[in-house]
Design a protein around this ligand. Structure first.
Ligand SMILES: Cc1cc2nc3c(=O)[nH]c(=O)nc-3n(C[C@H](O)[C@H](O)[C@H](O)COP(=O)(O)O)c2cc1C
Length: 233
């Protein structure tokens, strides 16, 4: 079986997540256009040990990790799904630790490094899957925030780059006074989901989704009234 969507929710914040409303809007756009099952795994609920770096998955037991924990459930779901969607908040310009730990543990799906070009090569049972990364960040703009992550994606996925949807100012996501603006952004992401299901992403719409939702100075006022002026107390 190779169908449906696997959603890996990488926020530790459950129902308070800023990222999940964005992710749900995208999923709704896909599923209203091309109905299909969605399997959700909340990374925060899984027991996933860090990779031990033993390369057992390349040598002793090719394609199989030596650690027996909840990562097996993730790998099974990845193998069974056609679309793999990772939803995560930016932490220090990159992936939160538990999401990176999960990513490291996918090494069994990669072919052993053969001394050649530095790109990772995926085993054939993972070929043809569509990857999507959806992320929010708290800064007022996405400028520079995802540069390092984009480099990482280029290294890992090479020519078959996954879709990366980013939304800044995400701490507005549950704020009632600006609901009009957040809803507008969610509607745009919903349209991206529809386009993704049809295989035709509009790059301009994708770029729009990465723009600030409200004026930067208003965001700054709202954030500083919440956290204070950022000075030492
Ligand atoms: C430890 C930590 C580090 C963060 N680092 C950044 C950062 O480098 N840049 C940024 O824009 N936001 C950063 N944020 C803010 C989150 O990315 C932002 O609040 C996000 O929307 C949270 O998503 P979630 O509610 O789905 O977990 C950080 C938050 C935490 C807790």
């Amino acid at each position: 079986m190779n169908e449906g969507i696997l959603l890996l929710d990488g926020s530790p914040r459950g129902t308070k997540s800023n990222t999940m409303p964005v992710t749900r809007a995208f999923l709704d756009g896909i599923c209203e256009t091309a109905p299909q099952p969605v399997t959700t795994l909340e990374i925060r609920q899984l027991q996933i040990e860090p990779c031990r770096g033993c390369f057992g998955c390349w040598k002793a037991t090719p394609g199989q990790c030596v650690i027996h924990d909840d990562m097996q459930q993730v790998m099974d779901a990845m193998h069974q799904s056609q679309i793999i969607l990772v939803s995560f908040p930016v932490y220090y310009y990159g992936l939160p630790g538990p999401v990176k730990t999960l990513l490291d543990r996918t090494l069994p799906v990669m072919l052993p490094y053969n001394g050649g070009p530095t790109l990772h090569r995926v085993r054939k049972d993972m070929k043809g899957k569509r990857f999507v990364f959806i992320s929010t960040c708290g800064f007022q703009s996405t400028d520079g925030i995802y540069d390092a992550f984009r480099v990482q994606l280029r290294g890992i996925f090479g020519a078959e780059q996954p879709l990366l949807i980013t939304v800044p100012q995400a701490d507005l996501m549950h704020a009632e006074p600006v609901k009009k603006y957040t809803q507008r952004r969610l509607d745009a992401v919903h349209r991206l989901g529809t386009q993704f299901a049809r295989g035709e992403i509009d790059e301009q719409l994708l770029a729009e989704c990465g723009k600030p939702m409200i004026r930067k100075w208003i965001y700054q006022k709202m954030v500083s009234s919440f956290y204070g002026d950022g000075e030492e107390t």
